[in-house]
Design a protein around this ligand. Structure first.
Ligand SMILES: *[C@@H]1O[C@H](CO)[C@@H](O)[C@H](O)[C@H]1NC(C)=O
Ligand SMILES: *[C@@H]1O[C@H](CO)[C@@H](O)[C@H](O)[C@H]1NC(C)=O
Ligand SMILES: *[C@@H]1O[C@H](CO)[C@@H](O)[C@H](O)[C@H]1NC(C)=O
Ligand SMILES: *[C@@H]1O[C@H](CO)[C@@H](O)[C@H](O)[C@H]1NC(C)=O
Length: 398
């Protein structure tokens, strides 16, 4: 009896492993060379890292660089918390699999499968904007995100990206923000004749009042910018006019971005709702708890506040502009990061907007087959959404 059950579970395990193997492929971790001499290091002083899968066929001169996400650290305590994790040290990183926008199979990634595909690991806690020379010997924390970005790009250019014909900078969450903040500087590194575009995913974090009327997230970002010494590495088109801490928000830099950009985001991004609009500090009685876990549980009053959030989100998004070079796929699904998983990127049954998957919308826009600029109707109008439902233990905080 017992062994039959074990063999049943083993079979299941083998099936799952085979499925994983079919969709993803393991890509080794590469440590950036000479990073110590450049001072381009993770929070703990270890070398930064990336994963590289070579392009093939017609894709050999095309490059997609996808930046990993993972929030930010805003003070010594929260930065120290990262030191012994993958978000602060390459000593804790290992090989990963490439899926969705990084998949090497046409059936999963129709337009970019044969490109050179790179995933840059996130170990600085500042969306690659930090640069502080001094290292406090008691904490040994290094704030060097901007130097990491430069060092990784230098290595990729040497690996062939300097000959790129097509290139995309992309990334999810804090990596989506990196994509926005570094979009024009990425383009500037590549040949002027190359077709270079940016695709930030779930990186359009908005500066809005939370439900208690406080600006807690603005305060958080200003602490991030301060401890990492980020101001000098944020777009000067913004910092010359505004408080540099505000220039960490996409809405104050978006109108100055000259490189073509396609914003992928949910208008009801669960990370933003849980950490910007309804952070726990703004809901001491915890009355939003079940609504945040499952949007179907929201009261009419909560739903109407969420529609208000969507309106503010759209106003912030209008800064991107609406020329055909500015694309957007803003769905109304309770989601966060939709380019990294197959289910939300390109699969039968994926959420649609204007009858397109994200992969199709981005591919058509990138290659100039058709522009795409759509914002979904209000939740819960889109029947193709797979809205995230959280278990209490999985619910994320900053
Ligand atoms: C550091 O920031 C976190 C939020 O990331 C906050 O909870 C904590 O109180 C802060 N610690 C100090 C010492 O300011
Ligand atoms: C982090 O790792 C170092 C070295 O492995 C160890 O000495 C230290 O106690 C760890 N710190 C935490 C907070 O786990
Ligand atoms: C989400 O909430 C709705 C309404 O209460 C419920 O019908 C549904 O089963 C919940 N979803 C999950 C996965 O728990
Ligand atoms: C939606 O797209 C599918 C496949 O791309 C097509 O067959 C279908 O006719 C389209 N539906 C509408 C309403 O445009």
């Amino acid at each position: 009896m017992e062994s039959a059950r074990i063999s049943h579970w083993l079979n299941l395990l083998v099936c799952v492993l085979l499925l994983l193997k079919a969709e993803g492929s393991s890509v080794p971790l590469t440590l950036v060379k000479n990073s110590e001499t450049k001072g381009a290091v993770c929070l703990d002083g270890s070398p930064p890292a990336y994963h590289f899968d070579k392009g093939f066929g017609k894709g050999i001169n095309n490059w997609i660089v996808h930046i990993e996400g993972g929030g930010w650290c805003n003070n010594v305590t929260s930065c120290l918390d990262r030191k012994n994790t993958t978000l602060g040290s390459s000593n804790h990183m290992s090989d990963i699999s490439f899926y969705a926008i990084l998949s090497n199979q046409q059936q999963f990634n129709p337009d970019f499968y044969n490109w050179n595909r790179v995933k840059v690991r996130y170990c600085d806690g500042s969306s690659f904007t930090g640069d502080v020379e001094e290292v406090d010997p008691t904490t040994n924390l290094h704030f060097r995100g901007a130097r990491i970005f430069s060092a990784v790009m230098e290595e990729l250019l040497a690996k062939g990206m300097k000959n790129a014909k097509n290139a995309i900078l992309s990334g999810c969450s804090a990596g989506g923000l990196t994509t926005i903040l570094h979009c024009d500087s990425f383009k500037a590194l590549l040949p002027s004749r190359a077709n270079v575009k940016c695709v930030p995913d779930a990186g359009y974090f908005v500066n809005v009042e939370d439900i208690s009327g406080a600006h807690s997230f603005q305060e958080f970002y200003s602490e991030v910018v301060s401890i990492h010494g980020s101001a000098k590495n944020l777009p000067t088109s913004c910092t010359s006019k505004l408080n540099p801490a505000l220039c960490f928000f996409p809405q104050y830099v978006a109108s100055h971005i000259s490189t073509p950009i396609f914003v992928v985001n949910s208008a009801y991004d669960w990370w933003q709702i849980g950490n910007i609009f309804v952070p726990s500090s703004a809901d001491p009685s915890n009355s939003w708890h079940s609504c945040k876990l499952n949007l179907s549980n929201c009261s009419p009053d909560q739903l109407s506040k969420l529609q208000g959030f969507k309106s503010e989100f759209q106003r912030a998004l209008s800064e991107v502009g609406d020329s055909p070079s500015k694309g957007m796929f803003i769905d109304s699904c309770y989601a966060h990061c939709q380019t990294e998983t197959q289910e939300t990127w390109f699969k039968s049954g994926s959420q649609l907007l204007a009858n397109k998957t994200i992969a199709k919308a981005v591919g058509d826009w990138f290659y100039g087959r058709s522009p795409f600029h759509h914002i979904d109707c209000n939740f819960p109008c889109n029947p193709t959404c797979h809205n995230r439902v959280f278990q209490v233990k999985d619910y994320p905080g900053i």
